[in-house]
Design a binder for this molecule. Structure first.
Ligand SMILES: *[C@@H]1O[C@H](CO)[C@@H](O)[C@H](O)[C@H]1NC(C)=O
Ligand SMILES: *[C@@H]1O[C@H](CO)[C@@H](O)[C@H](O)[C@H]1NC(C)=O
Ligand SMILES: *[C@@H]1O[C@H](CO)[C@@H](O)[C@H](O)[C@H]1NC(C)=O
Ligand SMILES: *[C@@H]1O[C@H](CO)[C@@H](O)[C@H](O)[C@H]1NC(C)=O
Ligand SMILES: *[C@@H]1O[C@H](CO)[C@@H](O)[C@H](O)[C@H]1NC(C)=O
Ligand SMILES: *[C@@H]1O[C@H](CO)[C@@H](O)[C@H](O)[C@H]1NC(C)=O
Length: 531
């Protein structure tokens, strides 16, 4: 543990001690972060083992509310003064690490993010803070769960916390049970655990603050905004698709969730703990400890299992109450009642669980290297009333990695544009067996998937030939539940939408006998003559 912490500390120290004059030219990819960790773990003597990564980050800038929250919750890490670590990395890696240390969004670009092998983009800072919080498991868990205010002295203002909390959970329960969005376990009696406190450090404060800044009835603009890399082979610049994006971009949410999942894991594994480079390599590769579900591809599913929405809402609320006491001068928090903060926490958690955890992970067109649309796309009139299910047939094997799914997307687009002479890949969305959905024509443009019906419904295809076998459970679950409920919530699909197989409307075997037989048992499945 000391070893891991020492490495992390040095790594984060490096973030803050950029070598003057060294500009990184390394691609902004997760492998570089893992390589930096591995180099440190190999070379570095753990003389500074007591000093932790977060100590450095937190003591570097105490002026913002996030920092005072981290400082408080990870206070053990701050009992030392940060000193300049020994420079043990190659100048290139060091420059790269300094470059990705701080997460920010400026002028439509996002900084501090890297491309992961699964095709997702991940903010490095919340990931490292999550690892740090996990390594410090004990100091974090020792906080009294029902009175985070203790170190903030007074104590009297939190007396009605129970009453507010029960109204908060009730409101949340009501909201989520009537909404098709997230079906998270709602365990309101659960005592907050280590996991929830990890979330408080990594996510809850940021989540609460983002919603404080906006109106109190709406999500801040650009929550979970995706972006595009200037190039995929050697990514350097990340431009957001929504220039009004809040700081809680998709990459931030990915990094925070990865940090929470890995931090939770680290706080539970027996010692000696695995080297961090090893852990990250598994997590962004084939799966931690050979468990293929415990990897970045399935972070949302794992995140939903990590904590209940009610427990997260409580953490967000506590984080806000705590911030209010730590930062009495913050105008946004000034004069807000605990009840008002509870409402912010409820909304923030609802948005996070429904629009992030409860939605499929969709990789935008630029991520798979789509060629431009040819001609002028025709807009759909939303919400649509139909979802048409396809299999791609060719490619016949299911794609199980980002590399192969992205290559399949490019080859299908090439076939549709250059052989069929369509404007673009025909499908609205394509579902891989790698845990991701790939954006085709998307939510807003008429596709070319179901002749005669393209303006009426979305065409969703599973990559593979499902004549004699079925797609993975994760892919099936995405199309049966997650994608439609997310689309209904966003106003893209009617709540009483009808689900049909391609063969019900066009003379074809698509989506394959095996898949069609299963499809006909799903909710919303409709006989063709009924529509
Ligand atoms: C590191 O921790 C050990 C015991 O936990 C303590 O004796 C030692 O003084 C600490 N070193 C520094 C530099 O604080
Ligand atoms: C500290 O943070 C504030 C606001 O986030 C920023 O304006 C300031 O430049 C930072 N100071 C240092 C020394 O990093
Ligand atoms: C940290 O640094 C400050 C100022 O440089 C010093 O006054 C303080 O004693 C130091 N604390 C520790 C624990 O070394
Ligand atoms: C939640 O629903 C119950 C029953 O439908 C209702 O009595 C209660 O007032 C609702 N609570 C809130 C906070 O909306
Ligand atoms: C909070 O209340 C005090 C006293 O009423 C007032 O002076 C201050 O401006 C208020 N702050 C905000 C941000 O509304
Ligand atoms: C699709 O699967 C069926 C049944 O397994 C098989 O007969 C057919 O040859 C496959 N088609 C392709 C293109 O792989």
């Amino acid at each position: 543990m000391m070893k891991a912490r020492g490495v992390l500390w040095i790594l984060l120290g490096l973030l803050l001690w950029p070598e003057p004059g060294t500009a990184s030219s390394l691609p902004l990819v997760m492998d570089s972060i893992i390589q930096a960790l591995a180099e440190l773990e190999q070379k570095v003597l753990m003389t500074e083992a007591n000093r932790t990564a977060s100590a450095w980050i937190l003591s570097a800038n105490n002026s913002s509310p996030h920092n005072s929250l981290h400082q408080h919750l990870l206070r053990k890490a701050l009992s030392h003064n940060a000193t300049e670590p020994q420079h043990s990395l190659s100048p290139e890696l060091q420059a790269l690490i300094s470059e990705v240390a701080q997460h920010s969004v400026k002028d439509g670009q996002e900084y501090g993010v890297v491309l992961a092998p699964d095709g997702s983009t991940v903010a490095v800072k919340p990931l490292l803070i999550g690892l740090e919080a996990g390594l410090q498991g004990h100091s974090v868990t020792s906080l009294p769960s029902d009175c985070l205010a203790t170190p903030c002295d007074a104590g009297d203002t939190l007396t009605n916390i129970g009453a507010i909390w029960s109204r908060l959970t009730e409101a949340f329960t009501n909201a989520s049970s009537t909404d098709a969005g997230a079906n998270l376990p709602n365990d309101k009696a659960k005592t907050p655990t280590t996991v929830d406190r990890l979330l408080a450090v990594i996510l809850a404060g940021d989540l609460g603050l983002a919603f404080l800044h906006g109106s109190q009835t709406q999500s801040p603009p650009g929550l979970g905004t995706e972006g595009c890399w200037n190039q995929l082979s050697a990514p350097r610049v990340f431009t957001l698709l929504d220039p009004k994006a809040s700081r809680l971009t998709m990459a931030f949410l990915n990094g925070a969730l990865d940090g929470a999942l890995l931090g939770d894991h680290l706080s539970q594994v027996s010692r000696p703990r695995p080297p961090l480079s090893h852990l990250l390599r598994e997590y962004y590769g084939a799966g931690v400890a050979g468990e293929p579900r415990f990897r970045s591809n399935f972070r949302r599913q794992n995140g939903a299992a990590l904590t209940s929405a009610a427990a997260l809402a409580q953490q967000v609320w506590k984080a806000l109450v705590l911030l209010q006491r730590l930062e009495p001068g913050q105008p946004q928090l000034q004069n807000m009642s605990q009840e008002a903060l509870a409402q912010v926490a409820t909304l923030a958690t609802k948005e996070f669980t429904e629009t992030f955890l409860g939605c499929p992970a969709i990789l935008p067109r630029c991520r798979w290297g789509a060629a431009p649309y040819r001609g002028n796309p025709k807009p759909l009139k939303l919400p649509l009333g139909f979802l048409y299910v396809h299999h791609t047939y060719v490619p016949a094997p299911p794609c199980t990695t980002f590399q192969s799914c992205a290559a399949d997307m490019r080859s299908m687009q090439h076939f549709h544009q250059d052989v069929r002479h369509w404007d673009d890949i025909g499908y609205s969305f394509v579902v891989g067996s790698d845990g991701y959905v790939y954006e085709g024509r998307g939510w807003h443009w008429v596709g070319a998937h179901t002749r005669g019906h393209n303006s009426r419904g979305f065409g969703v295809a599973f990559v593979g030939n499902y004549t004699g076998s079925l797609p993975s459970d994760a892919a099936l679950n995405t199309v049966r539940d997650v994608l439609p409920s997310c689309a209904i919530r966003a106003g893209h699909l009617q709540a009483d939408y009808k689900l049909l197989g391609h063969r019900q409307l066009v003379h074809t075997d698509c989506p394959g006998d095996a898949l069609f037989t299963l499809l006909s048992t799903w909710p919303h499945f409709t006989e063709a003559e009924n529509q």
